[in-house]
Design a binder for this molecule. Structure first.
Ligand code: HGY
Ligand code: MN
Ligand code: MN
Length: 416
């Protein structure tokens, strides 16, 4: 098992080739979920998985499963994968590394003629980012029974197109009801998207869980009026109220060490330079390992919103649209990751993921764990996102070895 090694060049070539699908002039990727570009990269993935002898199935949320047979067809597969959709100014590695490294691990097994005990599946989860259809991780959420299929399919983007219609349009709504696909375990390789592995000079993050996170939709309603003729005391300025609330979100997060709070999407109506804004829509993203901290932040924001509304004569509606509790990973899967890093002579650090990942939902229905590799300056959700060929290869090697280690554990459990 130890002598099985992934091919760093082949993995890097795949990363650079798929980076062209939605590639941006600044070297990033804009490949929003369920767009023509997403279809193109899905086709790319399906072609290569099929060429490897996999059978590719798709469920009715567009999740893709490329299965390679093992000795025991009656045992649910060990899954490994991530997502191929990106942020609007995404990088080459967020999500894509996890899918392509899984493909490379499978290629390595097939080239070596190594037959696993359980089947192995490479998985591409739909809409992990939530950048087009909120919230994030919708499809793995349906897979885990957190969202219903109909609720997810009805989620609309800012233009009003629904998830279901967009999935149909790219031809990736599969026949398999999402959630019926059993897995023995799931492993996800991902860039850390934060600064700690690089700062501490560690090769591999052994991810023991994912922190809690919540999204809110906020609508501030004031009054459109003339910017030149309306005296300041007579205004009901929705953007002024929203700006104060953005400050409150920031202050609420800064009050709790380790918590984070962000307003990343904000729309102003009518959006004319000489009209006092009558309506503002924005979204809040708040996270912390402890949900009680998020409760505290939520209460502080709501209380201050009431004061701002009264003072400025606007209405403020705050709607929680997503609430993901902290998600611990499975001890056996974590042990498999740790053992894989050890046999591969990589240094490690245990960590909780600040970012959400599909593994956080899959962990509700199958034993799961994650592997992190460093990324330059901890930058992600940015076109400058970068992990080196060696770092990507290290992650893929640990992914391969972790899946093999878990496969051995399964064989012992089933008494091979
Ligand atoms: O939002 C997240 O943490 C992930 O990148 N979707
Ligand atoms: Mn990701
Ligand atoms: Mn992301």
């Amino acid at each position: 098992m130890k002598n099985l090694s992934i091919d760093p060049e082949r993995l890097w070539d795949d990363l650079m080739e798929t980076a062209k699908i939605g590639g941006t002039p600044k070297g990033g990727i804009c490949r929003l979920t369920l767009t023509e570009l997403d279809r193109e990269v899905r086709d790319w993935f399906k072609t290569r998985a099929t060429a490897l002898g996999c059978t590719v199935t798709v469920d009715d949320m567009g999740n893709m499963f490329a299965r390679s047979a093992g000795q025991r067809a009656d045992i649910p597969p060990i899954g490994m994968g991530s997502h191929l959709d990106t942020q609007p100014t995404g990088g080459k590695f967020d999500g894509t590394l996890g899918v392509l490294a899984a493909l490379e691990a499978l290629r390595t097994l097939r080239e070596a003629g190594y037959e696993t005990f359980a089947p192995i599946e490479v998985i591409n989860w739909t809409n992990e980012e939530g950048a087009r259809f909120a919230p994030a991780m919708i499809a793995s959420g349906v897979f885990a029974g957190v969202f219903t299929h109909d609720w997810a399919a009805a989620r609309a983007d800012r233009s009003g197109e629904t998830f279901g219609a967009a999935l149909e349009k790219i031809g990736y709504r599969g026949p398999e009801p999402c959630g019926q696909h059993k897995l023995s375990a799931f492993f996800e390789l991902h860039i850390e998207q934060g600064p700690y592995l690089e700062a501490e000079g560690k090769d591999i993050g052994v991810v023991t869980g994912v922190q809690a996170m919540r999204w809110y939709e906020v609508t501030v309603t004031g009054q459109d009026t003339h910017a030149g003729t309306t005296p300041m005391p007579r205004r009901h300025d929705a953007l002024l109220a929203a700006a104060r609330l953005v400050q409150v979100v920031n202050a609420a997060a800064c009050k709790h060490p380790g918590a984070v709070g962000t307003v990343g999407l904000l729309e102003v109506k009518p959006g004319a330079p000489n009209v006092v804004p009558g309506e503002v829509f924005f979204m809040i993203d708040m996270r912390d390992p402890d949900p009680a901290v998020l409760d505290n932040m939520e209460n502080a924001i709501a209380a201050t919103a009431d004061k701002i509304a009264a003072e400025l004569g606007v209405a403020i509606a705050i709607k929680n649209i997503w609430s993901q509790p902290p998600q611990p990973f499975d001890a056996d899967c974590i042990a498999a990751v740790r053992e894989a890093a050890r046999v591969s002579d990589f240094t490690t650090r245990d960590m909780i993921s600040g970012a959400g990942h599909d593994a956080a939902y899959v962990a509700r229905v199958a034993p799961s764990a994650m592997i992190f590799v460093p990324c330059k300056d901890g930058i992600s959700h940015n076109e400058a996102e970068y992990s080196s060929k060696e770092q990507c290869a290290a992650g893929a090697q640990v992914l391969l070895q972790a899946v093999l280690d878990y496969d051995r554990r399964l064989a012992e459990r089933y008494g091979r």
